[in-house]
Design a protein around this ligand. Structure first.
Ligand SMILES: [Zn+2]
Ligand SMILES: [Zn+2]
Ligand SMILES: [Zn+2]
Length: 332
């Protein structure tokens, strides 16, 4: 899988002499050395990234960043000490080898129809490596330096991740591949897949509903031989709905979570009718209520209530309360 031309710069006597010089290295197979040097060389840019700017890129750093070290351990199956010894012994060789980009270009030239070889590292390991790499770096440095992405996690990243993870896990359970458009805005890439999943759950039910096991369901036998079962129910007393069109039983989706009506009812002009039930008067510009003082007061009170809820939420967040219940206990 790895073109031999990669190793043209590594003279055989150098490797065998190096291997014999260290007791940890003496036990390595040729494949181990190959795996270490090729993977480390593919990571040259990542190895340089956390180094001080004053360190020249022409010379390999003396010590590998922990995240790279961990990756190489997991990826090659070598111990931490062996990876460190390998780096010490082969860093100059690694530095003379092509980087990931150069390698990709070489691959492309060598295998015009080729694919990507599997990395052999689990998602969990990747996540751990990513995490340990993150904790090493200043959040804003990359974006300040003009990189397209920084390390600051934003709300939309969390939601994208949540949606993608939920969909891929769902597809995995069903044994199918997640098929979404490869381009366009993130908001338009997933609704079709989400709708397909929702419809399947409406027809087939949630798999969790049918779950029972010895931990969450206990069975007791009565003297007459009949059985009783006790099942655990977990509830926090919160009932959460989801934003939907203000027209009763309308199932059309909203263009965003703050919209009052779906596109169809917006087109019918319902946004311009007073929000008070059974009032058909047109709204005052900028208001959701008509000119009747009572209806305007209702809108003011509603706004006041929302503001109070919002402030209460802010206060809870300030208290670093994980749960509203915790905060209430703390307040008493
Ligand atoms: Zn269970
Ligand atoms: Zn509607
Ligand atoms: Zn009104």
């Amino acid at each position: 899988m790895i073109p031999c031309c990669l190793y043209s710069s590594v003279a055989p006597p150098t490797i065998s002499k190096t291997l014999a010089s260290h007791e940890l290295l003496a036990t390595l197979s040729f494949e181990d050395v190959l795996a270490f040097t090729s993977r480390a060389s593919a990571l040259k840019r990542d190895i340089m990234l956390p180094q001080l700017q004053t360190i020249s890129g022409n010379v390999p750093p003396d010590i590998l960043p922990p995240s790279i070290c961990e990756f190489l351990q997991l990826s090659t199956g070598l111990t931490r000490d062996t990876v460190a010894a390998c780096w010490h012994a082969f860093k100059e060789i690694v530095w003379g080898m092509p980087s990931r980009n150069e390698l990709a270009a070489q691959h492309e030239r060598a295998f015009p129809m080729g694919g990507t070889p599997p990395q052999g590292v689990s998602a969990q390991a990747c996540a751990n490596i990513y995490d340990s790499a993150l904790s090493m770096r200043d959040e804003n440095q990359l974006q300040d330096a003009g990189w397209q992405f920084g390390f600051k996690l934003k709300n939309e990243h969390i939601w994208d991740t949540f949606i993608i993870l939920a969909l891929t896990e769902d597809c995995d359970r069903c044994g199918v591949l997640l098929d979404v458009p490869n381009d366009g805005a993130q908001t338009h890439r997933f609704p079709a897949a989400m709708q397909a999943r929702n419809e399947r759950i409406v027809y087939e039910g949630q798999p969790e509903l049918r779950h029972y096991c010895d931990t969450c369901m206990w069975t007791y036998w009565n003297d007459d031989g009949s059985a009783r079962k006790v099942q655990v129910v977990v509830t926090d007393g919160l009932s959460m709905g989801r934003p939907c069109c203000n027209v009763f039983q309308c199932r059309n989706p909203l263009s965003n979570n703050r919209s009052r009506f779906c596109w169809q009812h917006l087109n019918e002009g319902l946004d311009n009718i007073c929000a008070v039930v059974d009032c058909d008067m047109p709204v005052l510009p900028g208001w959701k209520a008509c000119t009747l003082p009572a209806h305007q007061e209702m809108e003011c009170l509603h706004g006041e209530k929302m503001r109070t809820n919002f402030q209460a939420t802010k206060r809870l967040q300030k208290m670093h309360a994980a749960q509203p219940n915790d905060a209430m206990v703390a307040q008493q």
